[in-house]
Design a protein around this ligand. Structure first.
Ligand code: NAP
Length: 527
């Protein structure tokens, strides 16, 4: 039975939970039982009170720079024990490369936030934004925005696919903002997040109450959220809709951020010729997105938009690359792609690709057959890489997210058709646009930008340096409109400040000076 970490103690849900009532989590590769997960009988109210009364005050007492030191310390302890996380990641189907994406990516985001907090925020517990505005004719009545830490907690409700990066990315922002966190990992990979929390808490780098974790259901905890709390959700659009409209979340105006699923795209511009280096870079992006973490990335490319005249060249080139992708036990020599997280997830992907293929055909791969290395293809949650050619005007390719190693090629007639198709995703985290014709790309971006949280513009001058379509970066906003959840994370320290309360202050210059600890002339005069 997987333990939760509440009120600075590891707790087994012994009270009423039995193995029969708890969820079973299986190894993605062997099908063996890994653990049982349950939150039955756990004192979530006590955990929330502990975060608010113990963790919050400890973090708020620190300056931004001192909070940055906590992130550096956390990054160091996770780095020192990252091998343990790699080993557990393999049980979730991840290759070493996939695990590094998650684990090392998480360490990087902690360090990045530490550096940004030191460089961009003052060595105080609060922030005064911008220069003071004169609000009256004289000089004695000014206005500023004061950003102070909220005396609440962040409840993270996370998806299964980034069990290390996601909690660390959210924790980094919460710590700098002076907020304690309660992390709820998704059940299929909860054991991985639990090990991360164990590593952090055994090293004792964060103040008591700053980090807690509950595994299993947190549905009752949503009633415990209060006005100063933040509910930070990552997962499917369907769950996001439930949480967003939860009566207590609505009634108490609990701040809600959603990073939901999206049907991300890549667009090949008409000027890119098959066989050119830029065309090859486009193919590499598609194949990387389909195969890293077996396509279980929120940002992964699901729709590949190509000009009609290059459709068969795209089919051939992508299929040729996919044919070289070896699939199997992620720890075996030479395996490039592991398994999806569970047999249930494999079934979901099979259903999704069949729906998309109703208007077309499978160009590469068969959803029911896969050749695997050093594993049992039935006991493990393995899937072949699946490339579909679909009718671009059908609904399914724009609506169904196959959360696995799958993508659909959609041929567009002209630029207007391409922009139209892109928007039919109803809001995405990211799209790539690949082309050298600046006039075309510039006009295309004007139309595409409102539908996307991020646009990755790939051309011949930057293709050797790109960080890739799929990588959210701490400096940039991660989040997208509409179906993608309408949320925003990271965006450097702007994201941190958005977690704080921004209060408009109207006051005298002497009050503002005293806020910064400067001597006040008027006060000393009167003394
Ligand atoms: P999910 O089924 O929506 O679950 C996400 C989280 O919500 C899990 O922790 C789950 O807990 C919890 N949950 C489910 N129903 C709940 C409820 N009624 N009340 C409270 N919590 C609830 O998503 P998933 O299958 O884990 O993740 C895959 C999806 O996440 C994909 O669609 C992917 O696109 C999306 N995703 C988006 C991003 C992004 O940044 N935009 C990143 C990663 C993944 P249990 O597991 O215990 O049910």
């Amino acid at each position: 039975m997987l333990q939760s970490y509440l009120q600075d103690t590891w707790i087994t849900p012994t009270a009423t939970a039995t193995e029969a009532s708890a969820a079973e989590v299986h190894d993605a590769v062997t099908g063996d039982l890994v653990c049982h997960v349950s939150s039955e009988g756990l004192d979530l109210a006590g955990a929330f009170t502990h975060a608010r009364r113990v963790g919050g005050p400890a973090l708020r007492a620190l300056t931004f720079h001192q909070r940055a030191d906590l992130l550096d310390a956390m990054a160091a302890v996770v780095r020192a024990r990252r091998e343990e996380l790699y080993v557990l990641s393999a049980r979730a189907g991840a290759t070493l490369n996939d695990a590094r994406y998650d684990v090392d990516g998480g360490i990087r985001v902690l360090r990045d936030y530490a550096a940004r907090a030191r460089a961009e925020l003052p060595d105080t517990p609060f922030l005064v934004e911008g220069p003071a505005e004169r609000l009256a004719r004289g000089e004695d009545f000014l206005g500023v925005h004061l950003c102070t830490p909220s005396p609440g907690l962040m409840l993270q409700v996370n998806a299964f696919n980034f069990a290390v990066w996601a909690p660390l990315e959210k924790l980094a922002q919460a710590v700098v903002a002076g907020m304690p966190s309660v992390v709820k990992p998704a059940t299929p990979t909860a054991y991985l997040t639990a090990q991360l929390v164990r590593i952090a808490t055994e090293a004792g780098v964060l103040p008591p109450g700053a980090l807690q974790m509950v595994v299993g259901s947190v549905r009752p905890a949503l009633d415990l959220l209060e006005e100063q709390d933040v509910l930070s959700f990552t997962g499917s659009a369907a769950t996001a809709a439930k949480l967003r409209t939860h009566p207590n979340v609505v009634a108490r105006s609990v701040r809600f951020n959603a990073e939901a699923d999206s049907v991300n795209a890549i667009v090949l511009a008409p000027d890119v010729q098959p066989g050119s280096p830029l065309f090859d870079a486009f193919i590499r992006e598609v194949v990387t997105e389909m195969t890293v973490k077996a396509g279980q990335k929120c940002t992964a490319i699901r729709r590949v938009l190509v000009p009609r005249e290059h459709e068969s060249a795209a089919h051939e080139a992508i299929s040729a690359e996919l044919a070289g992708v070896t699939i199997g036990n992620p720890t075996a020599e030479g395996v490039r792609m592991g398994a999806v997280v569970s047999l249930a997830q494999r079934d979901d992907v099979r259903r999704a690709v069949r729906r998309i293929a109703e208007s077309g055909r499978f160009v590469h791969g068969d959803p029911d057959k896969v050749r695997v290395i050093d594993a049992d293809a039935e006991r493990g949650a393995f899937l072949d890489t699946l490339l579909i050619s679909a009718d671009p005007d059908a609904a399914a390719p724009h609506e169904v997210e196959p959360f696995g190693p799958a993508a659909a090629v959609l041929a567009y007639r002209d630029t207007a058709h391409a922009t139209d198709l892109l928007a039919r995703g109803r809001g995405s985290l990211v799209a790539s646009v690949v082309g050298d014709d600046l006039a075309w790309t510039t006009a295309f971006v004007q139309k595409a930008a409102p539908w996307h949280g991020r646009l990755h513009l790939l051309d011949s001058t930057n293709m050797a340096q790109t960080t890739g379509h799929g990588s959210p970066l701490a400096a940039l906003r991660h989040g997208g409109p509409g179906r993608a959840g309408g949320g925003s994370e990271m965006a450097g320290t702007r994201g941190v400040v958005d977690l704080m309360q921004r209060t408009a202050i109207q006051a005298s210059p002497r009050w503002l000076a005293s806020l910064h600890g400067e001597p006040s002339p008027a006060a000393s005069d009167s003394a």
